[in-house]
Ligand binder design. Structure first.
Ligand code: MRU
Length: 352
C-alpha cells in the first residue's frame, strides 16, 4: 500500500505512521492542512519525496475545507497554508517544489472560480503522487544496472517505499536489482538518532526478502576498509547546482570512508530534489531538531546521557560533490561534471 494517499470520501489524507514502525502498523487519517504540518514536523511521514506529496495533499485539504466564496479569499487561505507547510521542515527541497507546482497549476484556474481551483488542486496532488511512483521505478531501473550480482551494499537512512509514495529511491534500486534476480546483501546503517535504518529500512527489506544485517553507523568504515562492500547507496534531500548533497546526518562520514576505500557511492534522487537556485551545499538550510531525539532514543523516558546533559541534533549534513561517484535520476545516471549534467537532467525531465 502507498505511504501517503488521498481519501476522496473524507476528504482526508491517509498516511502510514512511521513513528510507530516496526512495532505497530497504523494508518493516520488527517483532515486538515495543520494536521499534515504536524505529521511532517513530528516525522509521522518523512523522506523527501513523501513529504513533498504530503504537503501537496495538505494544500489540497486546505482548498477543499475552505468556505471562501471568492477566489481572492481562497487564494489567501492557500498562501497561509502553503507558508505553514513549506516551513514544516527546511532541508528537503521537494516540499517547496511540490507546493510551488501546485500553486502554479491552481493559478491557471483563477478565472474559473473557487470550485474549479479546489478540484484542480486535488487532481494535481493525486497526479504528483502517481508520478512519484513512476519516477521511482525509472530511477530503480537505471540504478539497478550499476549493482553487480552478489554485491554487498551499505544503505543509509530509509529511502524505500516509506520515504516516497511507493518503491523508493536508493532502496528502490536495491529492490529492483533483487527483483531482477541479483543476489544481494545489505548492511543497514541504523541511522541515529531517529533510527530510520534499523526501524524502517530493515522492516522493508524483510518484506522484500532481501538478506540484510543492521550495523551501527560507526561500523560502516570498518566494513568499507575490509573490502567487503561493493557500493554505498544513499538518497538526497537537496542537491545544489554543483552536485553537493544534503542528506541524512552521517552521509558525509560514510562518503569519506567510501572514497578512502575506493568504493563507489551513488546518490539516488528524482530531479525534483535538485535545486539549481543554490550554487553549492553551503547555501542549503540544515534542519536542527530537538536535542531530546539524541538524548532519549525513541522517547523511552530513559535518557542515555546524564540528567541535564545538552546535545546537538543537525538532521542532515552536506556531502561535497567530489565524494559522489554518480547520481541516479529518472532521466539516467549522471557523472561529473555535475554542474553541467544536473542542469541538463532537470531540463530533460521538464520536457518529458
Ligand atoms: O529526516 P528524514 O527521515 O526525512 O530524512 C530522510 C533522508 O535523509 C533520506 O535519505 C532522503 O529523504 C532521501 S529518501 C527518498
Amino acid at each position: 500500500m502507498r505511504t501517503v494517499r488521498w481519501d476522496p470520501d473524507g476528504p482526508a489524507v491517509f498516511m502510514i505512521d512511521q513513528r510507530l514502525l516496526p512495532a505497530e502498523f497504523q494508518i493516520l487519517t488527517l483532515k486538515t492542512a495543520d494536521e499534515v504540518v504536524q505529521a511532517i514536523q513530528e516525522m509521522a511521514v518523512r523522506g523527501a519525496p513523501a513529504i513533498g506529496v504530503s504537503a501537496a495533499f495538505g494544500l489540497a485539504l486546505a482548498a477543499v475545507n475552505s468556505r471562501a466564496q471568492e477566489v481572492e479569499s481562497l487564494w489567501q487561505e492557500l498562501e497561509t497554508a502553503s507558508g505553514k507547510l513549506r516551513a514544516a521542515r527546511p532541508t528537503a527541497v521537494n516540499l517547496s517544489w511540490a507546493l510551488d507546482r501546485l500553486l502554479q497549476a491552481a493559478s491557471e484556474f483563477k478565472g474559473k472560480g473557487t470550485e474549479a481551483i479546489q478540484e484542480h488542486l486535488v487532481a494535481e496532488a493525486q497526479c504528483m503522487a502517481d508520478e512519484d511512483v513512476r519516477i521511482n521505478r525509472r530511477m530503480a531501473e537505471h540504478g539497478a544496472a550499476l549493482i553487480p550480482d552478489g554485491a554487498t551494499l551499505i544503505h543509509h537512512c530509509n529511502t524505500g517505499a516509506l520515504a516516497t509514495v511507493d518503491h523508493g529511491t536508493a532502496l528502490g534500486v536495491i529492490r529492483t536489482a533483487h527483483e531482477q534476480g541479483k543476489r544481494l546483501h545489505v548492511l543497514v546503517d541504523e541511522t541515529r538518532p531517529r533510527l530510520q535504518g534499523a526501524r524502517l529500512t530493515a522492516w522493508e527489506l524483510a518484506q522484500y526478502g532481501i538478506p540484510h544485517e543492521v550495523i551501527c553507523d560507526n561500523a560502516a568504515g570498518y566494513f568499507l576498509s575490509r573490502g567487503v562492500v561493493d557500493a554505498v547507496l544513499v538518497g538526497a534531500d537537496r542537491v545544489a547546482a554543483n552536485g553537493d548533497v544534503a542528506n541524512k546526518i552521517g552521509t558525509y562520514m560514510l562518503a569519506l570512508a567510501a572514497s578512502d576505500n575506493q568504493v563507489p557511492l551513488y546518490s539516488v534522487l528524482p530531479t525534483s530534489t535538485i535545486d539549481l537556485t543554490l550554487p553549492s551545499g553551503a547555501e542549503i538550510p540544515i534542519e536542527d531538531r530537538d536535542a531530546a531525539e539524541v538524548l532519549d532514543l525513541q522517547r523511552s523516558g530513559k535518557p542515555i546521557a546524564p540528567a541535564g546533559c545538552q546535545a546537538r541534533n543537525p538532521a542532515f549534513d552536506i556531502t561535497p560533490h567530489r565524494l559522489v561517484t554518480a547520481f541516479v535520476t529518472e532521466v539516467g545516471v549522471l557523472h561529473p561534471p555535475y554542474d553541467v549534467h544536473l542542469r541538463r537532467a532537470v531540463q530533460e525531465a521538464q520536457t518529458k
